[in-house]
Design a protein. Structure first.
Length: 395
């Protein structure tokens, strides 16, 4: 079975974190599924990652030095926010994507699109070439529907044009079913997996080491709430702790300036983006994971932190409420509430046994979910075969 996988985020090099969860999926599809990954090119890559498990096909949409839309921290949304000139490139990217999709789909059995805009492109291609389409909606699409009529239109089109729409969490499924009840039977949940290395990361943790280390890992974007974490950290500046911030993005300069102004430079360390394979080591060295996003789908980084045996301090959003019971796997605070987060950070700083117990419970909770990339790949392969059979029966 040949699958054309369409995505605007995918690691073009082995060290890239752009769409790494889609790479994990493709790497773990069964042997009888042959995937071709279609994704935008970028401005800096000359030598692309190679794999025996998939064929990577980056498509050009502008002169090489102009291709800055897709693979930076925060993806296309962040790139459009950084420069209005990038808006001029968006129609070219979308039209180039459509042409490339039509060309490659001719030799594919099924098209699997990630995110709504790709779902529309794949859906139109599927109509033209009579190919079944599966669309995966990740958190950003679903969360934006509440304030964006355009996003609601795109998602509605995905339902009309796709055989099945996949989400990564039950809370996203419920949101979509409530918004589009006529399509509720088209929605399924396939969770992302967790790499085995995270489950053994806690073996390297020294619970007696001082000072305790907080960890944030993710993009440095306004919606991620890193400013809230730093405001909370400023409240307990006199205590003994360290905060490692792993990730990069357009907010970094502003956040570093805040730390400088609040006298936190010796306690808060910005490490920039790291290779995906290094994340288990970072989590194995940390004591507490902090997550302050205002909206998410199902944050894989929280699942990975839990698998690594870390207690999680997280904003109380639906995607996290699905995973964490306050007082068991961690603590939840109202989104944006730096003072409440500061109180929780102080609580766990002074209670080593409590945070260790929460971390152990977090690991058990995630282990009970049975999440693995092998299972994710198997479930997608089953969905592909079902869609192909359905399409054949309807002809």
């Amino acid at each position: 079975m040949k699958v054309l996988l369409l995505t605007t985020s995918f690691p073009l090099t082995k060290d890239s974190r752009s769409g790494v969860f889609i790479l994990r999926l493709v790497e773990n599809l069964p042997e009888d599924v042959r995937a071709t990954v279609l994704t935008p090119d970028d401005c800096g890559t000359e030598k692309y990652a190679a794999s025996s498990r998939y064929e990577l096909r980056p498509f050009r949409y502008a002169p090489k030095s102009w291709q800055r839309l897709a693979h930076g921290e925060g993806g296309i949304t962040a790139a459009l926010g950084q420069s209005k000139l990038n808006l001029l490139l968006l129609p070219v990217l979308l039209s180039s994507c459509f042409i490339a999709t039509c060309w490659l789909a001719r030799k594919s059995d099924i098209i699997h699109a990630n995110w709504s805009i790709n779902g529309v492109i794949a859906g139109i291609t599927g109509l033209l070439l009579r190919k079944p389409v599966i669309t995966t909606l990740r958190g950003s699409d679903v969360n934006l529907m509440a304030k964006s009529g355009l996003m609601r239109l795109l998602v509605r089109c995905c339902f009309h044009l796709s055989r099945q729409v996949v989400t990564v969490s039950p809370s996203l499924q419920q949101t979509l079913a409530a918004r589009f009840p006529a399509f509720a039977d088209k929605i399924s949940v396939i969770a992302n997996g967790i790499a085995p290395a995270f489950f053994v990361a806690s073996d390297r943790r020294d619970y007696a080491a001082a000072p305790p280390r907080f960890l944030y890992a993710g993009n440095l974007l306004p919606g991620k709430g890193v400013q809230v974490i730093l405001e909370a950290a400023a409240v307990l500046a006199e205590k003994d702790w360290l905060l490692d911030i792993v990730g990069d993005g357009p907010e970094r300069e502003k956040l570093e300036a805040f730390c400088q102004a609040k006298g936190l430079s010796g306690k808060v360390r910005f490490h920039g983006a790291v290779a995906p394979e290094e994340m288990p080591d970072w989590m194995g060295q940390a004591d507490i994971f902090v997550f302050a996003s205002f909206a998410e789908g199902r944050p894989n980084v929280v699942l990975e932190a839990m698998a690594a045996g870390l207690p999680v301090l997280a904003s109380s959003i639906p995607a996290v409420q699905d995973l964490i019971t306050p007082g068991k796997e961690g603590l939840l605070f109202p989104p944006g509430d730096a003072r409440q987060l500061a109180a929780q950070m102080t609580q766990l700083l002074s209670r080593t046994a409590e945070r260790r117990g929460m971390g152990e419970q977090a690991r058990r909770t995630v282990a009970a979910l049975g999440l693995s990339w092998e299972e994710t790949g198997r479930r997608y392969a089953t969905l592909y075969k079902t869609a192909l059979s359905s399409a054949a029966a309807s002809r």
